[in-house]
Design a protein. Structure first.
Length: 758
């Protein structure tokens, strides 16, 4: 083969295959998108009241703030290989439940003998008037665990009280300086990191390990040299993260119960050896890592992104020790902002985290005083170098991952700020964000309390104008927003569903009636289904700060009884397809081929008493005519692939849909797809016939590669054109006369033309 290289390159093709999906970490992935893009069952046609609803529920012993996690193919002792959903409760109990039918395989409580679970009445923060109301009863496992499937291990944190140690729980005294919150001993309280087998629930070797930490600092609670992790005040609300062999655990406090700090602790995932200690405010106070239950985000380079709560306002709250500093110029103190942390090693030898970048609002002092902190997650927007988060000031912030914006005393040096236009009052963003990478438009979603549901277009380096669902009566106006997840089959928008778990509008505080909604991801003004449509699908009361989990055709949420806390028996509730539709369409596409015809392809994952398809075309997206008829398979439970050609497309944009006809004559219509036949110019060959040379002239798309193939199928000339040369001259004077095939590859097409050499 003769090869002419204008600029050599290696080209790769990637193919995505879809199989059963695991959800091993809070909000699905390290970017915390909440997007399961391998959902091949649920879509915008079968998530509706006639075919989707509650499948079963399983009783659990307490509230589950932790998001349910799903693992496929778990080897359960005595039961075999199963798909399992894991639920963790405030009573320190972990449940392993069959993800498909609700069978309980094991349930284990991780409160040791002679210990008990601490209760909300033992927390006494001054900020909340000396009593803690965020949780009504037990405070055991709160943060969402993380799972290492390869190691068959799940990691989580428990909080316990040793019955042999005396707990100081005196009546809170008002009017003291400093506040009486400083006078409560932490004796008796302990926290543990557990690593357990997914198969049996048994602790692995070295598990559990007690959580302790000290960090150099002169801030709140210091002994003059160090601040210390307080197992009574510190609170693991955020989800755990697993990165490069290190399990990271974020901590805040119970309603900023001083003295407290934000902590991020790292443990060797294999040995549970403590490796990393980081405190957000070592020379100040507070700065908790809350994030409304979200886990730290981690980028491809191992950098960790978290948000922090308000700092300590520069007050002297522990007289005789220090006057604390919340000045942004002090790099060590990172309260009320966003932090990018970089480990010193990207393996289990890592020992420290350093502040690589940060953002602090220009009016941070006002925010500290008003308890306006960053109460929500960080979300790394896929395919970009941007990170999104939000603050209690009713603002969504977009930042560059490489430089979050730092501190500017006169304005916020971020990429973009979007004010969320609340229906009434300020949206404080006790909520979650979510993302969908659709084929046409990519969206970031938000539903902070006292706002409306919004879909915000994601561009390469900015966010577009928000699209709002203006049905204000549907959205929560209490103290908690919506918790969001997305499911789809890849970028196919006909399969994209935005799942919203929220409180009923009018509920000022949790617990109150919960609603699960399914919105069309590409059009949030289209509601597909909600759990109040049918009485049998109703949720009980809502569990706070818990995103729905979607996996393998099912949606998993937790709920609590209306009588809580008088009765603590709660439920894991599972939704799915209740009445299979005659047809489940999983893909549909239309492609312009050589500007000559439209190649239409689609697939089904199930057919029941199904007759045939009619392929229909429209020039305006409204008035359709038939162009082809394709028979169905009648009854099928495996994937069936279909195709059809439209050899007479109209100039411009052609709209296609499938008319789906059942054996009983019932008709449904698919989503609409498009193919553009406007303004496309094909590459051409001159002269043809040719004698000593020919020239390939580029059309609309750049030329990528030219191959000359003889009658036997042998490639005798190949040209790789990475410089995007528009006209390529190919000598053929030494080739024998005859007919050759010229293969032309452009950005999106492969074309073949005959060439006569004489």
């Amino acid at each position: 083969m003769m090869k002419i290289a204008i600029c050599a390159t290696v080209l790769f093709s990637s193919f995505q295959t879809f199989s059963q999906t695991d959800v091993l970490t809070q909000h699905n992935d390290l970017a915390r998108t909440g997007w399961n893009n391998q959902e091949t069952v649920l879509n915008t046609t079968n998530v509706k009241s006639s075919s989707f609803g509650k499948l079963f529920s399983v009783d659990i012993d307490e509230e589950a703030y932790a998001q349910p996690l799903v693992v496929t193919g778990v080897n359960i002792t005595s039961a075999g290989t199963k798909n399992v959903v894991y639920a963790c409760t405030l009573n320190n109990t972990v449940y392993a439940i069959d993800a498909d039918n609700g069978t309980l395989y094991w349930a284990k409580n991780f409160t040791p003998a002679n210990y008990r679970v601490p209760i909300a009445g033992e927390m006494h923060p001054a900020l909340c008037g000396g009593s803690y109301y965020d949780i009504a009863n037990n405070i055991g496992i709160v943060g969402t665990p993380v799972i290492n499937k390869a190691a068959n291990t799940m990691y989580f944190v428990t909080k316990v009280v040793n019955k042999s140690e005396t707990v100081d729980n005196h009546i809170y005294k008002t009017g003291l300086t400093p506040d009486d919150e400083y006078n409560y001993s932490s004796t008796g309280f302990h926290q543990y990191l557990h690593a357990i087998s997914l198969s049996t629930g048994s602790d692995t070797t070295n598990s559990p390990v007690e959580i302790t930490a000290a960090y150099p600092g002169t801030g709140d609670g210091t002994d003059g040299t160090y601040i210390y992790f307080d197992p009574r005040r510190q609170f693991n609300r955020g989800g755990l993260a697993l990165s490069h062999g290190i399990v990271y655990i974020p901590f805040a406090a119970h309603c900023d119960w001083d003295p407290c700090h934000g902590w991020l602790l790292g443990y060797n995932a294999a040995t549970l050896a403590p490796k990393i200690v980081y405190a957000t405010t070592p020379n100040d106070g507070r700065g908790g890592i809350w994030m409304s239950g979200a886990a730290p985000a981690v980028d491809a380079n191992g950098n960790i992104y978290v948000t922090t709560g308000n700092a300590n306002e520069g007050q002297t709250t522990n007289p005789g020790v220090n006057v604390y500093s919340d000045l942004p110029s002090v790099l060590e103190n990172r309260g009320d902002g966003v932090i990018e942390l970089t480990p010193n090693k990207l393996d289990t030898t890592a020992t420290s985290l350093s502040v690589n970048s940060y953002f602090t609002p220009f009016n941070y002092s006002l925010y500290n005083q008003g308890d306006w902190d960053f109460s929500i997650q960080t979300l790394l927007l896929p395919g970009t170098s941007m990170v999104a988060t939000a603050c209690k000031d009713d603002s969504l912030y977009l930042m560059a991952q490489s430089s979050l914006g730092g501190y500017n005393p006169s304005n916020n040096s971020v990429l973009q700020t979007i004010y969320l236009n609340p229906a009434s009052g300020a949206g404080e963003l006790h909520a979650s964000l979510a993302y969908f990478g659709g084929a046409t438009t990519k969206y970031l979603y938000q539903l902070g309390e006292k706002t409306v549901l919004q879909a915000i277009p994601v561009n390469s380096n900015s966010l577009g104008a928000p699209v709002s669902n203006g049905n204000a009566s549907a959205w929560p106006n209490g103290d908690m927003g919506g918790f969001l997840s997305v499911s789809s089959n890849g970028s196919n928008e006909s399969t994209g569903v935005l799942w919203v778990l929220q409180s009923q509008n009018g509920c000022p505080f949790s617990p109150c009636h919960g609603i699960l909604r399914a919105m069309k991801a590409s059009d949030i003004n289209t509601e597909l289904w909600n759990s109040d449509m049918n009485a049998t699908d109703n949720l009980n009361n809502l569990v706070k700060m818990n995103c729905p989990t979607i996996a393998n055709g099912k949606v998993y949420v937790t709920t609590i009884p209306t009588s809580y806390p008088a009765s603590t028996i709660s439920q894991l509730v599972v939704y799915g397809i209740t009445h299979p539709l005659p047809l489940t369409l999983i893909d549909f596409s239309a492609e312009n081929v050589n500007n000559q015809y439209a190649d239409l392809k689609w697939a089904t994952s199930g057919e029941m008493a199904f007759d045939y398809f009619e392929v229909q075309r429209s020039s305006n997206g409204q008035d359709f005519t038939d162009v082809a008829k394709v028979g169905g398979h009648g009854n099928s439970n495996v994937t069936q692939d279909y195709s059809a050609l439209d050899d007479k497309p109209a100039p411009g944009i052609n709209y296609y849909r499938l008319k789906e006809v059942d054996l009983n004559g019932t008709v449904n219509y698919s989503n609409i797809v498009t193919a553009d036949f406007e303004g496309f110019i094909l590459p051409k060959i001159i002269p043809n016939p040719a004698k000593s040379y020919f020239i390939v002239i580029a059309g609309t798309e750049p030329l990528k590669e030219i191959s000359l193939i003889d009658a036997s199928g042998k490639i005798i000339v190949r040209i790789e054109n990475n410089n995007s040369t528009a006209n390529i001259n190919i000598p053929i004077d030494k080739l024998p006369d005859g007919i050759y095939i010229v293969e032309i590859k452009t950005s999106n097409q492969v074309l073949h033309q005959k060439l006569l050499k004489n």
